[in-house]
Ligand binder design. Structure first.
Ligand code: ADP
Ligand code: MG
Length: 462
C-alpha cells in the first residue's frame, strides 16, 4: 500500500472537487458542489457540509461513490463520507399579493429570445444544451432517456415520447438531444419540427402535390424530432402521413422523438396504430419541479446572467414561483432587470415588490366558463356537448369531470352545477362528483387527466 502524505481538509476537498469538475458539466458541477467543504474528519470518515437538503440527497445518492473514491486516493483509510446541511434554510416568507402591475412585457421578452439562433437546416435552436439543463427528481427519467438516445441513436428508446405540462423543459430537453446528435457528426440528418408546423407542411404539400417529396425528405432523416405532437389529434390525413414516415424511419432504425402535453393514451382522436407506435418505445414524463430543483435552477440561471442574488432572494423566488420553469425564468427576468437598473443585486424587499404581480396570477379565481371550455377541449368535444342530453360515453365522462371540477375548484352549489350543465337534477350532480372523486383516488389515468386539466385551467389565468 502506498504511503499517503497527510493533507489538510481543504486540500483534500479541493482534490475531490477537481476530479468531480472534470466529470460533470459546468452547470451540474456548480449546482451540486458550490458552497460545499469538508468540515470534519475522524479516523475513518470525513464530513462534508452542503448548503441544503437537496444537495445532500444528491451527493449521497448520486455522487457518493465517486466522492469516496477520490477521497481515498489521498486518504485511503477513509471508509465513509457523511453529509450535513451547513446552514439552516430560511423560512418561507408569506407572500403579499396586494399589488398587481402589468407583467406582459416580461413574458414577451422570453418569447422574443426564442426566435434567434435557429439553425437553417435542422431548425434547432443552438441555445438549448444538456449542460444548461438542471436535473431533479421530476425530470430525471426523461433526462436519462434523452442521454440514452444520444448514446444509442435509433436503438435504445425508439421512439422516445416525453410528456408533461407547459414550461417544464420538454422543448429544452429534446432540442438538446438534437444539438448534441448533430454536433457529434455533421453528416447526420436531423430535423426539429412541431406538430403544428408539420400539419401545416403536410396540408400545403398535399395541395401542391409535393407530398411524396415531403415523405421522402422525412423518411431519409437520422433523427426526427416532433415537439407538441398532440396538435395532430383529429387531423386524419396528417396522421396517415406521419404514420407512414414513422414506419419508414422505424424500419431503418432511425430515431424519432416526440413530446406532448399528455401521455399517448390521453391524446383524443388519434388513430390507434399511431398511438401504439408512440407507445412502442419509451414513454417518460416530466413533472413539476420540487422546491430544491427550483432553487437550483434559479441559482444557475441567475449566475449565467451574471447576477448574484442573496440566498434569501433565491429562496423567496423558489418558494413562491411554483408553476413551471418558464415562470421561474420570467420572475428572474424581472429581478435581473431590476439589478441592471440599480446596478447592484436587489434585496429581498425590492424583489418582493417587483414579484408581487407575478405571484398574484395563479391565485386569481377561475370561472365556470373556463372550466367547461377547458374540459371540453381536453376531451375534444364542444362545451355545448356537455350540456346536451346525450348519454354517449364520450360525453358522459367529460360531463361528470366538469361537475366535479366546478364543485372542487369554485365551490358552486350542486343545483347551480346542474343548471349550468343543461338543467340536470342536483342528485345527478352529487352522484357524478362522488363518482369522480372515488375514481380519482384509485385510477391512475383519471388522476393524470385531472392534473392536466387543472394545470390548463391554471394556465389560462394570463
Ligand atoms: P416545455 O417545452 O415543456 O413547455 P421548455 O423546454 O420550453 O418547456 O422550458 C421552458 C423554459 O424553462 C426554457 O427557457 C427552458 O430552457 C427552461 N427550463 C426548463 N427545464 C429546465 C431545466 N431542467 N433546467 C434549466 N432550464 C430549464
Ligand atoms: Mg415546448
Amino acid at each position: 500500500m502506498a504511503i499517503m502524505t497527510p493533507v489538510t481538509l481543504e486540500e483534500l476537498w479541493k482534490a475531490v472537487l477537481g476530479e468531480m469538475e472534470l466529470s460533470l458539466s459546468r452547470a451540474h458541477f456548480t449546482t451540486w458542489f458550490k458552497n460545499t467543504l469538508i468540515v470534519a474528519r475522524d479516523q475513518n470518515s470525513v464530513t462534508v457540509s452542503v448548503p441544503n437538503g437537496f444537495v445532500k440527497e444528491w451527493l449521497e445518492n448520486k455522487f457518493n461513490r465517486q466522492i469516496l473514491l477520490s477521497v481515498r486516493k489521498l486518504s485511503n483509510e477513509i471508509r465513509e463520507v457523511k453529509y450535513i446541511v451547513g446552514q439552516p434554510k430560511s423560512e418561507p416568507i408569506r407572500q403579499d399579493i396586494s399589488k398587481i402591475i402589468n407583467e406582459k412585457e416580461f413574458q414577451e421578452q422570453a418569447t422574443i429570445d426564442q426566435s434567434q439562433d435557429i439553425d437553417k437546416t435542422t431548425h434547432l435552436n443552438k441555445k438549448y444544451s444538456f449542460d444548461s439543463f438542471i436535473v431533479g427528481s421530476a425530470n430525471e427519467l426523461a433526462f436519462s432517456c434523452a442521454q440514452g438516445v444520444v448514446a444509442s441513436l435509433g436503438k435504445l428508446y425508439n421512439p422516445l415520447f416525453i410528456y408533461g405540462g407547459v414550461g417544464l423543459g420538454k422543448t429544452h430537453l429534446i432540442q438538446s438531444i438534437g444539438n448534441k446528435v448533430s454536433s457529434e457528426s455533421a453528416d447526420r440528418r436531423v430535423l426539429y419540427t412541431s406538430g403544428e408546423k408539420l400539419t401545416a407542411t403536410i396540408v400545403e404539400s398535399i395541395r401542391n402535390r409535393t407530398i411524396e417529396d415531403i415523405k421522402n425528405l422525412y423518411s431519409r432523416l437520422d433523427l426526427l424530432i416532433i415537439d407538441d405532437i398532440q396538435y395532430i389529434a383529429g387531423k386524419d390525413k396528417t396522421q396517415e402521413i406521419v404514420f407512414t414516415i414513422f414506419n419508414e424511419l422505424h424500419n431503418r432504425n432511425k430515431q424519432v422523438i416526440m413530446t406532448s402535453d399528455r401521455p399517448p393514451k390521453a391524446i383524443p382522436t388519434i388513430e390507434e396504430r399511431l398511438r401504439s407506435r408512440m407507445e412502442g418505445g419509451m414513454v417518460a414524463d416530466i413533472g413539476t419541479p420540487d422546491f430544491e430543483t427550483r432553487l437550483a435552477i434559479i441559482k444557475v440561471k441567475a449566475q449565467e446572467r451574471g447576477c448574484s442574488l442573496s440566498d434569501d432572494v433565491l429562496s423567496y423566488i423558489a418558494t413562491h414561483i411554483q408553476k413551471n420553469i418558464r415562470e421561474l425564468e420570467g420572475a428572474l427576468n424581472r429581478v435581473v432587470a431590476l439589478a441592471q437598473i440599480y446596478n447592484r443585486p436587489p434585496d429581498l424587499k425590492e424583489v418582493k415588490n417587483i414579484l408581487n404581480a407575478y405571484l398574484a396570477v395563479p391565485y386569481r379565481k377561475t370561472s365556470p366558463q373556463v372550466i367547461l371550455k377547458t374540459v371540453a377541449e381536453f376531451y375534444n368535444i364542444t362545451p355545448t356537448d356537455l350540456t346536451k342530453r346525450s348519454r354517449k360515453k364520450e360525453v358522459v365522462k367529460p360531463r361528470q369531470v366538469s361537475m366535479y371540477l366546478l364543485r372542487e375548484e369554485i365551490k358552486l352549489s350542486f343545483p347551480d352545477i346542474g343548471q349550468k350543465l343543461g338543467g340536470r337534477d342536483h342528485s345527478t350532480v352529487i352522484h357524478a362528483c362522488e363518482k369522480i372523486k372515488r375514481e380519482e383516488a384509485v385510477s391512475e389515468p383519471l388522476k393524470n387527466e385531472l392534473i392536466m386539466i387543472r394545470q390548463r385551467i391554471y394556465d389560462s389565468f394570463e
